[in-house]
Design a protein around this ligand. Structure first.
Ligand code: CAA
Length: 379
């Protein structure tokens, strides 16, 4: 396999690194402490084309592709994991329209999302339907030229700030994954309101809210794809989403490793810097090896997407390995810092909390294993 990062992809990586260093890194700790959603920084990311990277230029996107997207997202996550999940979900939110939207829907919403004039969110999960979205109960009932929506969605990333929501709801009588359909719901639609805002362990500068729909009427023409195709729309979007979370995880893991290496050079015990002890060296070596594997596996999945190949299995493998690596590297980095790492004076404390979400959202590690095993058996 010949795989090379092109000079254009490298330029995008460096642009994102420069932006993250100047605009995110100096403020990330304060945003985390105060639970501030960094709206201005997100707008600047939109201006740089970071929120519509998979959308082709004729539809307003940068058309940079999935590999460039992964490289850029890692740099954002290295500086601020919360901004990275916002970037990841914004890009994920372009996928349903890109693949299933008709011409009018693309013109109305996709160009706005890609150019950064609109922010998109993705609403699949419900209080009783997390790993098993097929058990969702939110309904969308067709009445003349309108769908009437009733139900509650939870854990919706930047739901409070989103201009449009990709909503999956039940339209048919069929049980499970059948009978679901995908819609666009615009902010401000009567009957749609923002519910509880979650107080989270980590990723505290990302906004996570409940969305409540009570007799919310939307035009029937907001349906994406055909009635009954909602599960397919959601799973396709999640394939892309998972390479985003794999990139976020790799960025967090790299930040943890760099913090551990640099602290181990300064900290002296038993008359030496602690990086001279093999126990510490082995921890650093193991983490660096896993991060390198996660980095390349993520790019392999992204490259398959760019080449129009199926990448469901590779996206789940990348998400599984990278998110577990983010957690093990965060654990290791905090261990290297000892008691100091357990205080808010050191960056590893925030990274440790931020890493924890990565093995949970966009499919737990257990769900990724199910997807990988099913694809293997199918192949
Ligand atoms: N692409 C397209 N179609 C797909 C697909 C994919 N990747 N995966 C499955 N499908 C299709 C199947 O082919 C099947 O179609 P047919 O009925 O025509 O045969 C249909 O969907 C049903 O598939 P399954 O039988 O495999 O469905 P299942 O109920 O067994 O579930 C699952 C499979 C993989 C466990 C899935 O439910 C899943 O991924 N669960 C995790 C959900 C998740 O990741 N939630 C994250 C929420 S979003 C979030 O976290 C975002 C955020 O804010 C950070």
């Amino acid at each position: 396999m010949a795989f090379e990062i092109s000079s254009e992809q490298e330029m995008i990586r460096l642009m994102a690194r420069d932006f993250a260093k100047k605009e995110l890194e100096p403020k990330a700790a304060a945003w985390d402490r105060q639970g501030t959603f960094p709206l201005e920084a997100i707008k600047k990311m939109a201006d740089l084309g970071l929120l519509g990277m998979m959308v082709p230029p004729e539809l307003g996107g940068s058309g940079a592709g999935a590999v460039a997207y992964c490289l850029a997202l890692q740099e954002i996550a290295y500086a601020c994991a919360s901004s990275a999940v916002t970037m990841s979900v914004a890009n994920l939110s372009t996928e349903p329209l890109l693949k299933f939207g008709n011409k009018q829907q693309k013109e109305k919403w996709l160009t706005g999302l890609a150019e950064g004039a609109l922010l998109g969110a993705f609403a699949l999960t419900e209080p009783g339907a997390g790993s098993d979205p097929g058990s969702m109960t939110t309904t969308a009932v067709l009445k003349k030229d309108k769908y009437i929506i009733n139900g509650t969605k939870v854990f919706i990333t930047h739901g409070q700030y989103a201009d449009i929501i990709n909503l999956i709801a039940r339209t048919g009588q069929e049980k499970g994954t059948k009978g679901l359909s995908a819609f666009i719901v615009e902010k401000g639609t009567p009957g749609f309101k923002i519910g509880t805002k979650e107080e989270k362990l980590g990723l505290r500068a990302s906004n996570t809210v409940e969305l409540v729909f009570e007799d919310c009427e939307i035009p029937a023409k907001n349906l994406m794809g055909n009635p009954g195709e909602g599960f397919k729309v959601a799973m396709g979007a999640l394939d892309s989403g998972r390479i985003g979370i794999a990139s976020q995880s790799t960025g967090i893991a790299r930040a943890c490793l760099d913090e551990a290496v640099s602290y181990s050079k300064e900290r002296r015990q038993f008359g030496k810097t602690i990086n001279s002890f093999e126990a510490i060296q082995f921890m650093l070596a193991d983490a660096a090896t896993k991060i390198e594997a996660a980095y390349w596996l993520t790019l392999i999945a992204a490259d398959r997407k760019d080449r129009g190949l199926k990448f469901t299995k590779e996206a789940s493998m990348a998400k599984l390995l990278a998110s577990e690596t983010a957690n093990s590297t965060a654990y290791m980095a905090l261990q290297v810092h000892g008691g100091y790492g357990y205080t808010k004076d050191y960056k590893v404390e925030r990274l440790y909390r931020d890493a924890r979400a990565t093995t949970i959202y966009e499919g737990t590690s257990e769900i990724q294993r199910i997807v990988i095993a099913r694809e293997l058996i199918r192949e």
